[in-house]
Unconditional design. Structure first.
Length: 658
């Protein structure tokens, strides 16, 4: 196999997908949408867009339409009436005037309640998921859902720009933080609502037991990872753990990613605490167990990818000097054939678990045809409980509607079958281990022979960093290494990765965002060579932590405060409030006695949830009832329209276009 010319990043303004485009931002978005708006601003700027005037009436309408296919504005009979916390972002460009106006909301249309990150985590079930391993519903210490919504809003604008180039201009689009959250957490919702055998998970008051991270004898907190049972057995046996406890803990540990819970036998933690971290590292090296000490935000700040503020995706172009045939231009489509921005485009994937399948689920929701390559006999994840009609509910949530082809990529016949599959495709995405694509002879150069215009994408764990030997590339390990665990803490204040797959979810969304940028670069002519998109869980962590890591540059000795808000029991349930307890009580006319400041949340037990929610909302303070069971989400009157039901509940796509 001949060596390919080196890939070069798209670094010049002439080559960036959004060169010549203007972003129109409001002067001051609502506080609850500030993080999401900043993500949109940052990502569109990195892709080449520049800032234009305020989005207020910038192309003749006020904001996006409620009905995705109903025109709005003067003379249409459907004037737009803003509702609830929202902001308007515009993207205009030379190829599809006058551009697209996107309305970004906190809650779905029609909900005027105050909005913030804490209440969104409560209302979408994320707080309950995170609380499965933390003794009850608990806020994350970071703006996870707002960051997720910013990526989803960027996806909508990129898809709209692509649709305009392909012959169907998109004038308006909309997305809400709530809908983006539900769509991204769909595997958890599907498992909770599976009709055949709903998932069994800890319920209030939630079982508390030992679980990673563990603490060594010299005080080092560390994560462990084993992808097979043998390293697990050998490691814990070497620490002195009883064989029965080792065996009984494996099943819970292996399922912790999917269930967001991992109750382990406490003797494992006790055995780990008898050894120094250096001793445990030696045992891990000998047995094949993965170990990773938790790093702080200050540790992370010194890494080169943070110091140089790398993009969340690496979009690279191979110059057209490789002797391959010309890349065919796909041209335009008749509007009637393009109900969604990616209709007519084909994506091929060879992915597992969550990150890759979620990325292609996003592209499919935007209209693409997705062909899924699975090993002969099918993806093993198909059989993971709970099941719906014999197939895993989690698997179905991510892969419903995709075409499947069973191909053994390790054989010559399988490689030919992959080449035949991508011959008419636009994108190929894989999540193979580093070096595996080259070993299989299925790297970008190999597949370019079958499809010269193919966009080649890889969604990995670590990408290029860290430079030292890397821990296993799973979500908890990347959380531990990247500093995410330093913001997500246990009730006693100790850093600990969330057992919710935060970086897999955000990493999948960012992979889809990078692919959309590459499709736009190809269609606009910004890139004329082959395109490759690399994304990673580590890149997702940079997006999530960017405000905190940037803040450390100014105050290196301090840690940014966690997201404001708290959870309080009421007379009949739990509510989440987006303010300090004393502030919330004072705003409702119930000032807190000075002597009980430390017990402020207990004051809320004096009245039922409905009473407090009414009083807090009237005072302009975000407040929401905490969802403690994900199975309740599709039944909530405000959320029911955003689910479909087919053996389990599946959230609908978070965007709409007109």
């Amino acid at each position: 196999m001949t060596s390919a010319p080196p890939l070069s990043p798209l670094t010049t303004s002439e080559a960036l997908p959004l060169d010549g485009h203007l972003v129109h931002l409001p002067p001051a978005p609502p506080a609850g949408l500030a993080t999401a708006t900043e993500v949109v601003r940052d990502h569109l700027t990195r892709l080449g867009a520049r800032f234009g005037p305020s989005s207020r009436s910038w192309h003749g309408s006020t904001a996006a339409a409620r009905d995705p296919y109903t025109p709005t504005g003067p003379g249409t009979g459907h004037p737009y009436t803003p509702t609830g916390p929202e902001t308007v972002i515009g993207l205009s460009g030379p190829h599809h005037p006058p551009g697209t106006e996107l309305t970004l909301r906190g809650w779905p249309a029609g909900d005027p309640a105050p909005f913030d990150e804490t209440t969104a985590q409560a209302a979408t079930g994320l707080m309950a998921l995170h609380g499965r391993a933390n003794g009850g519903p608990r806020p994350l210490g970071t703006d996870f859902l707002s960051t997720l919504a910013g990526v989803a809003a960027t996806q909508a604008l990129l898809a709209a720009a692509l649709s305009g180039l392909r012959g169907t201009p998109v004038r308006t689009a909309r997305v809400s933080v709530t809908e983006a959250a539900l769509f991204s957490l769909s595997p958890y919702v599907a498992a909770a609502t599976a009709g055949d055998e709903p998932e069994e998970v800890p319920s209030p008051p939630y079982r508390r037991a030992a679980r990673p991270p563990f603490r060594s004898a010299d005080g080092v907190r560390f994560e462990v990872e084993a992808l097979e049972v043998q390293p697990w057995r050998d490691f814990w046996k070497a620490t002195g753990a009883p064989a029965k406890d080792i065996a009984n803990s494996w099943r819970a540990f292996a399922a912790r990613h999917a269930r967001a819970a991992s109750p382990l036998i406490t003797t494992l933690a006790q055995c780990a605490a008898r050894h120094s971290y250096a001793e445990l590292r030696l045992i891990a090296e000998r047995t094949g167990m993965g170990l990773c000490a938790l790093r702080t935000l200050a540790d992370r700040r010194a890494d080169s990818d943070v110091r140089y503020d790398d993009d969340p995706w690496e979009l690279r172009e191979l110059p057209r000097d490789d002797g391959l045939p010309d890349i065919p231009h796909r041209g335009t489509r008749h509007p009637s054939l393009l109900p969604l921005p990616l209709t007519g485009l084909t994506v091929v994937e060879s992915t597992r678990q969550l990150q890759g399948p979620l990325a292609t689920a996003v592209l499919r929701a935007l209209g693409a045809r997705v062909i899924r390559i699975e090993q002969p006999g099918g993806d093993p994840s198909r059989g993971a409980a709970p099941l719906v009609d014999g197939v895993s509910a989690r698997f179905t949530a991510l892969n419903a509607g995709k075409e499947v082809r069973h191909i053994d990529v390790r054989t010559a016949a399988g490689r030919r079958a992959v080449a035949e599959t991508v011959a008419e495709a636009d994108v190929f995405l894989h999540t193979w281990a580093p070096g595996e694509a080259a070993r299989l002879r299925l790297d970008e150069e190999d597949l370019a022979r079958a499809r010269p215009g193919l966009i080649y994408a890889w969604a990995s764990a670590w990408d290029r960093a860290p430079g030292a030997p890397r821990p296993p590339g799973t979500d908890p390990m990347v959380q531990a290494w990247s500093g995410v665990a330093d913001t997500v803490r246990t009730p006693d204040g100790s850093p600990a990765p969330s057992l919710v797959a935060l970086l897999d979810v955000l990493g999948g969304q960012i992979a889809a965002e990078g692919i959309l940028a590459a499709l736009l670069a190809r269609e606009s002519g910004a890139a004329t060579g082959r395109l490759r998109v690399d994304t990673s869980l580590l890149g997702a962590s940079r997006v999530l932590l960017r405000p905190q890591l940037r803040g450390l540059d100014e105050l290196p000795a301090t840690t940014p405060p966690p997201t404001a808000g708290f959870v309080a029991p009421t007379a009949d349930g739990l509510i989440a409030v987006g303010a300090a307890p004393e502030t919330a009580l004072a705003a409702t006319g119930d000032p807190l006695p000075h002597r009980t400041t430390k017990n402020a949340p207990a004051q809320f037990t004096t009245a039922p949830s409905a009473t407090w929610l009414k009083r807090l909302t009237a005072a302009g303070i975000p407040a929401r009832e905490v969802v403690t069971d994900l199975a309740d989400l599709p039944q909530a009157p405000s959320l029911a329209p955003y689910f479909t039901h087919d053996g389990c509940a599946r959230p609908t796509p978070p965007w709409s276009f007109s």
